[in-house]
Design a protein around this ligand. Structure first.
Ligand SMILES: C=C1C[C@]23C[C@H]1CC[C@H]2[C@@]12CCC[C@@](C)(C(=O)O1)[C@H]2[C@@H]3C(=O)O
Ligand SMILES: O=C(O)CCC(=O)C(=O)O
Ligand SMILES: [Fe+2]
Length: 364
């Protein structure tokens, strides 16, 4: 089939995507604990749990501030996203990933592209492949959807558009809540006006059941290059986070209707290092396929992100230079877990609390 040949030559890993066809873990997907970095599991003792925050709570701002500072992640409830929209996007993802491989490859992401079907973008930084497949939507999903479902692509597009619209509103609200918890109001942010609607990418992830889950990796440890990420996970656990400064992975248990909110690298920069961007990964299991949908929220391309002036003074010099989202995504694509360090202005000193030094103990 010509389309298969074309996409294979553009992405040499596509031949490994048909994970359901493997009865045993192939060597190409067998990770060792050294590769992965950190303790492999939190075991049964998950001593502290990721905060669950009711957005209707009168103290939501303070609770969010505390969660962002100590974890860089929390679960949000009462977020006003209708359950049927969460169900619809999950079904849309399931439908997509259950298509035959040759059909999915028609919508394959090209080498330097952002949108489309394929292996995790960060795969190139690892010698082993991940036990997952992904579909990224930046901008309109129409072209790829038409390649996947030539007859009937409208339904998928409508669901994606509706989901993105609802998520955009929630993401804006969460961003101002996070900044509010740092004592920053809209009036104090010079780019506030440009943020009528932020920019975003939608990432659908599928983690098929795996014959040898202990040696496989669904999605390797990383931070998101966003202001914040809103993650919907299906009712199967797999998401794990590293607590700020910690070495043990904590599982984020799926909770019906709750959305997982990650602090991203750009929020870390805005907060001048006060909020860590959370290191997270996805593990897989033997019996169930898992699906997740990440709404990756960032600023419009013209906005330069830098530590907020109110958080900078003689004793707290700016830790990062100004950078646009586009520029940062390029830096991340090149330097991966060293991206934040590469835009850093001051080297951390002894005794200096840096809420992102944990990045350096990660993946590498
Ligand atoms: C807007 C974004 C953010 C991207 C790149 C681009 C589109 C796809 C996003 C992800 C999604 C999966 C994890 C990640 C690490 C990846 O490999 O692709 C993310 C990455 C980032 O946060 O850097
Ligand atoms: O599948 C998950 O739970 C994590 C997905 C993720 O981290 C991402 O898409 O950036
Ligand atoms: Fe992520």
């Amino acid at each position: 089939m010509p389309s298969r040949k074309l996409s294979d030559s553009l992405n040499p890993h596509h031949e490994f995507l048909d994970l359901k066809s493997f009865k045993e873990l192939p060597d190409t997907h067998a990770w060792t604990s050294q590769l992965d970095g950190g303790d492999s599991d939190c075991g049964g003792g998950n001593p502290e749990t990721i905060p669950i925050i009711d957005l209707n709570n009168d103290n939501a701002t303070e609770l969010i501030g505390h969660a962002c500072k100590t974890w860089g992640v929390f679960q949000a409830i009462n977020h006003k996203i209708p359950q049927n929209l969460l169900d619809d996007i999950e079904l849309a993802g399931k439908g997509l990933f259950s298509l035959p491989m040759h059909q999915k490859l028609r919508a394959a992401r090209v080498a330097d592209g952002v949108s489309g079907y394929g292996v995790a973008r960060i795969s190139s930084f690892f010698s082993k492949l991940m036990w997952s497949e992904g579909f990224t939507i930046a901008g309109s999903p129409a072209e790829h959807a038409r390649q996947l479902w030539p007859q009937d692509y409208h339904k998928f597009c409508n669901t994606v558009d509706e989901y993105k619209k609802a998520m955009n509103k929630l993401a804006g609200r969460l961003m101002w809540l996070m900044l509010g918890s740092l004592g920053i109001s809209k009036g104090e942010v010079k780019w506030a006006g440009e943020f009528q609607g932020g920019c975003a990418a939608l990432q659908l992830n599928s983690y098929p059941a795996c014959p040898d889950p202990e040696r496989a990796m669904g999605l390797a440890a990383h931070t998101d290059s966003t202001i914040l990420t809103i993650l919907h996970q299906s009712n199967t656990s797999g998401l794990q986070v590293l607590r700020e400064g910690g070495t043990q992975w904590s599982t984020v248990p799926p909770q019906a209707g709750a959305l997982v909110i990650h602090v991203g690298d750009l929020m870390h920069i805005l907060s001048n290092g006060l909020y860590p961007s959370v290191v997270h990964r996805a593990v897989v299991n033997r019996s169930e396929e898992r699906l997740s949908v990440a709404y990756l929220y960032g600023p419009p391309s013209s906005v330069k992100i830098s530590p907020l002036p109110k958080l900078v003074d003689h004793f707290h010099p700016p830790l990062y230079r100004p950078i646009t989202w586009t520029e940062y995504l390029g830096t991340k694509a090149k330097h991966f877990d060293k991206a934040l360090t590469s835009v850093r202005l001051c080297a951390p000193r002894n005794g200096f609390v840096d809420n992102n030094d944990h990045n350096s103990v990660q993946v590498g």
